[in-house]
Design a protein around this ligand. Sequence first.
Ligand code: ADP
Length: 656
Amino acid sequence: MSRRLDIEPNSIAGRLMPATRIADELLRATFTQGGFPKALSREASLVVVYGVRPDDAAILNLAAQDLIGGTEDDAWSVEARVRDWTDLDAQRPDYVQRLLNEASVATRTVIVLCRRRADVPTVVEAVADAVLPLADRKGTVEAFVEEIGKFLPDTALVARLSALPLTYLNLVLRPGASRERMWTVAGRLRRTVKSNGDRKPSPQDDKRTKKAGATRPTRSTNERHPERLEDMPGMGEAQRWGLSLAADLARYRDGSLPWSDVENGAVLHGPPGTGKTLFARALAGSCGVPLFSHSFASWQAKGHLGDLLKALRAAFDEARKAAPCVLFIDELDSVGNREEPLGDHASYQRQVVNGLLESLDGTVGRGGVVVVAATNHIAAIDRAVLRPGRLGRIVEITLPDVAGRVAILRHHLRGDLADVDLQSLADEIGEASGAVLAQLVREARAAARQDTRSLLEADLWTALPKGTELSEASFRRACVHEAGHLVVGLELAAVSGLVPTGASVRRRVRNGKENKTDFRVDEGFDSTRESLEATLMVFMAGLAAEEVVLGSRGALSGGSADADLVRATKLARSAQRSLGLGERLSSMPKDGVAALDDLDLSRRVEDMLTRCLTEAKLIVERRRPDVERVAARLVEAQEFALGVDVASPLSSSAAP
Ligand code: ADP
């Protein structure tokens, strides 16, 4: 991981404790990933953040003071206004009205913290500038552990730490603490956590939300959610799978298909904000059955193993009674993986996984209960859970392609701008999740509302993140970098199983993913040491081309979690420690804990990467004219498609 916690040296957070720093980063990520960085500026706006656990509200309030209110040395410091609605029972009867009054005169960002999206009253949703899910804390926690612990944290540890209230992290994340120490202390703390994270809505809630003009999300809110899969845009393969399940479930209900033939369990996996939760709801809608929605992480936050297993069984019991229905379980990766040797805690982990397996297999059967789970990290799921008959179908939910982006924008535009061609806007946005696209439309509407006029296409363009215009030199570097991937990729395609299909670059960088080379992965390719090293060379080829052609190395290969060097490091590490493709035979499961991670492993990984960079540079040197030609074409046209252009500027030996 190369993500850093980007702390301003003079901020309060810089001087404060881990929990405050993590809360700062979490809130900042919520605004930036959600596509509303404006919340951090000193302009008036109303932002709702949902997915906030009641235990975390106070520290997020502090974080907001730090990010928006200014530091104590700041003469212009103004208190940021944060309203904690994570406990609706504790609110005054007129809480919605009071917020509206406050927001209408505020000169700074007003932030409302809610536990669930369903708790956001319709009227607030309608006037808010942004309604954003709290960012996933796992990446931030992982980066922090890496920074202070000096070891690479595994998914089980990160999941355990992430389930704790943020403030408790101050007690666990001590500089120099070992993994074992963190694991044990976090385990003890977890038992003391009293969470009402997945408290069922009480009848009072209903009365209260009605009074406040709110509705449950399944009914129509200001943001129209698709009620059926047929109406859900940009879902690709996943939609086809869901519709065939809906058809099977209908046959099961009319008695023409036995339950054993229904594909009754699936895991949805993909990046946050791609609509996994919406998908589960729309699936239930298409099947015409009720949906029961839970999150494993909030069960886990209950602390005691007994409480967790009780909540798990209760969810399955409730679903069984209402069958046929869809039972949705979010954050499945919090369950853990029995393959990870967790020392004293292996038994806890085993019992959680076994509990889930028991519920899925069900001694009394689970006829009619379709279980759909969601995760952002499929690799962290115990393989036994993914067997046929349990959650046997893995459905990948990818970021939408250009056509998907257009469809999702159309969906959120609700018929507005119907005669406008959205293709070039969707193209310009680049990679973006449904959540980011929804936010873009929301921002455009807010701008139109402010000017008391109807929405214009220009509002959408203005709402695009500004991004950065690359200088001529940086743009050329990006072109050379991608040309390196493409040419070395072609040269090694027969060995690596990665076939380049094209490259694209942009002068304006908005989300950091504009400049890329696309590859088709040959399914079932024979995976050998040679193919792995060839893959590493392809990963390093951008850097190699920069060094050979420009004579210097830029920062393009590092930075994000999916940057070239980060991916190469992960692959080399796994070759060396778990695949038996490195210098040694001793091996660990892929995501296992760091027992074999030592200085020697770091050296072996570094040696492997250095060797592959040298090889990649040799190829670039040999094929330099091709690299320069592709780079020149990218500078000119910003795109380079292979296979389309027969008169490719590559010499004939370049064909894979
Ligand atoms: P995930 O569960 O994958 O994190 P959600 O289902 O919570 O994502 O989606 C968050 C928000 O993003 C939704 O409320 C919706 O506004 C928007 N969104 C995501 N995917 C889509 C889509 N395919 N079509 C329309 N809106 C979408």
